[in-house]
Ligand binder design. Sequence first.
Ligand code: F6P
Length: 366
Amino acid sequence: MTKVRHVGVLTAGGDCPGLNAVIRAIVKSAVLDHGIRVTGFLDGFAGLLENRSREVGFDDVSNILNQGGTILGASNRDDPFRVPVPGPEGTLHEDRSDRVLETLERHRIDALITLGGDGTLSIADRLVRKGAPVVGVPKTIDNDLSETDVTFGFDSARAVATEAVDRLHTTAASHHRIMVVEVMGRNAGWIALEAGIAGGGDVILIPEIPFRYGQICEGILSRTRRGRRSSLVVVSEGAKSPDGKTVVQRMVEGSAEPVRLGGIGAVVANELESALPFEVRYVVLGHLQRGGAPTPLDRILGTRFGVAALQAAVDCAWGTMPAVRGERIVRASVKEAVARLKLVDPKGEQVATARSVGVVFGDEAA
Ligand code: F6P
């Protein structure tokens, strides 16, 4: 018999389609399979730092499988190991992680399940090293976590981005324009690469393949020579030129990942318009990629992850997270998952496939 009778759950980092599917699966499996109580901590780690929570029962998770967002609220700026404290000499940062342990103790939580990306799971890993009973669940639209083939949320974001590329093609073709669409993904190019392939993008710019404007222009002009009068450019928010410079939109104080990228779409559009005989327009998809209902794949993956995470909690497998390997769900190490980002391989099969169908990446190999 497990010693675990009461499980805590929180959703930290950015929201993401599929979070509610995971919460629902955790609660249903806890109640139906194990007779375990579940308490949700509100707004990510803020709920643990400020002792804000609510019990989540069977009825609370009814009809949430297809809902975007998270019924528990989320925050991507409450790192308990680095809480900003304003003072006369500016903002200092304090380690308040002891409060997290106190709150868990106060509620007699036997296991905490944290749903999040690399920032959240890094915090989870540090809490485990402090002795907290924590299990992770890998979430992110960016799909940049190691140790798992895929994270939930990615399929939904890729679907939104693909639909956007599809829709922009018609305007590009009608007006003989270049349309640039900026997608999310932080330092990983998965959304741009896969939505670009799925949507038939002509140019795909990703952080893993630094680009030169001359190469992009050459690629577009060679399309023109073949009679194409419009082009579709998919640019990842973290795409960079060879000097390594990214376009930063803002810094977020107190976030485990303070840099917010954004703006490269406009920069690329301006550069292309001044260098080429085409009108150029750009669109930034932004948070549209994180909102709304999860795809069937993310609902299924979220459900599988939720059940597997609850089982890991029951088994006291602290510091682990469910992960996808091929067809199977396995238990992976959170520490390993956050040790390095899972990036697109510039020499990998997906990039080679895209090149074979004429995609321009803006590098020397183009
Ligand atoms: O990590 C998910 C993500 O949506 C990134 O793709 C993006 O760079 C970032 O979060 C945006 O964060 P925020 O919601 O704080 O603007």
